[in-house]
Design a protein around this ligand. Structure first.
Ligand code: ZN
Length: 85
């Protein structure tokens, strides 16, 4: 009887520890997914804010929430933005 009680307690402890770990894992996964959704998916096509050319995200440059095909266009765009302000 005593042995059964000990087994029961051990089982309960393991069960709750497992549940807690599972919840932590789920939260960690949700955090990761939420972080991914923030940004454009990988290999998505983006548009250069200066010349409107479409190019893969991993080849584009990002500045001030806009995409650019080259540093030249980024600099031109930013120069224009600054002159407008
Ligand atoms: Zn461009």
């Amino acid at each position: 009887m005593n042995l059964l009680l000990i087994r029961l307690i051990i089982f309960a402890v393991l069960f709750f520890a497992g549940l807690k770990l599972y919840r932590m894992y789920r939260e960690w996964q949700q955090d990761r997914n939420a972080g991914d959704q923030d940004d454009t998916p990988a290999n998505a096509m983006v548009r250069c804010a200066w010349c409107q050319v479409h190019l893969p995200e991993n080849e584009a440059l990002r500045e001030r929430r806009e995409w650019f095909c080259s540093t030249e266009h980024r600099d031109k765009y930013l120069a224009e933005q600054d002159s407008e302000e």
